[in-house]
Design a protein around this ligand. Sequence first.
Ligand code: BJW
Ligand code: ZN
Length: 259
Amino acid sequence: MVLACGGSGSYFYFMMVEIPQILADKIKTAQHVVVSTGAGVSAESGVPTFRGEDGIWKKMNPEELASIDGFMRNPDLVWEWYQHRRKIVSEVQPNPGHFAIAEMENLFPRFTLITQNVDNLHYRAGSSEVLELHGNITRNKCLDCNTFYDEEIDLEAGLPTCSCGGRIRPDVVWFGEMLPTRVLEAAFRAAEDADLFFTVGTSALIQPAASLPQIALRSGAFVVEVNIEPTPMTGHVGAFLQGKSGEVLPRVIEIIRGQ
Ligand code: BJW
Ligand code: ZN
């Protein structure tokens, strides 16, 4: 809500986060709360989102950078891009949205956090368990034998290879690739079981992540969307809280705490 007040011909605008009463009531009785996040939750930390005017895919081609075919064609380019993004995520800090979500896990009988983000910021904010649907940019794995490698990559030493001879790649999920089965199954189960489901900072376009709030809706959950702008989910949710997650979610915490 935008509140305008003024005097002597000048106006000052204050953004206020208005939490509808129905959501405040759901919050008080919720048994299993699920939060599912996308790139928007990290935008206020300075991590670029993918779509929209300033999104990564405005300047970069997802088929070249986020697909196995692109990696096989030009591994140097893909590695350089991931090393660049690793530098970004290592230099930024979690924001009040991440911290509010981390706090939520102590405030409900059951809580599940699901993210499409690979930036590790939920863990850095203190969340204890995160269902990372699209992997984690801080890890690497072998393309052939799936061995994980935690060591830092130095591209000046050449492209990294596994002891089996296979190519090492970032442990993230590219287009056309299956999501990690156990993580995805756990996310589906949580969406089916949730009675209050928050979808935060995602354009709700990428499957299968985009189907999670729909599953929650079909299973009877109250679904809340937090986003700076409407998405294909907006017309279906119980409440749309338009605003930055770093401002809206701390307000939700105040409601949970009864303030
Ligand atoms: C704020 C904010 C603030 C800003 N506060 N909000 C046809 C052909 C081929 C494939 C498909 C097809 N149809 C469907 C598919 C499947 C495909 C898909 O969904 N494609 C779509 C294009 C339709 N999906 C897949 O391929 C997945 N695998 C799969 O389905 O396997 C089975 C299968 C295989 C083959 C065929 C069919 C089925 C895998 C998807 C992997 C996605 N990978 C990426 C890259 C990860 C690695 C990396 O980071 O490098 O994941 S792409 C990118 O998009 C990244 C994200 O996790 C993902 C979602 O983006 P997200 O988080 O929603 O970000 P944005 O930027 O889109 O939105 C940000 C939002 O925040 C906006 O709404 C803003 O308004 C908002 N915002 N600031 C609150 N401060
Ligand atoms: Zn290997």
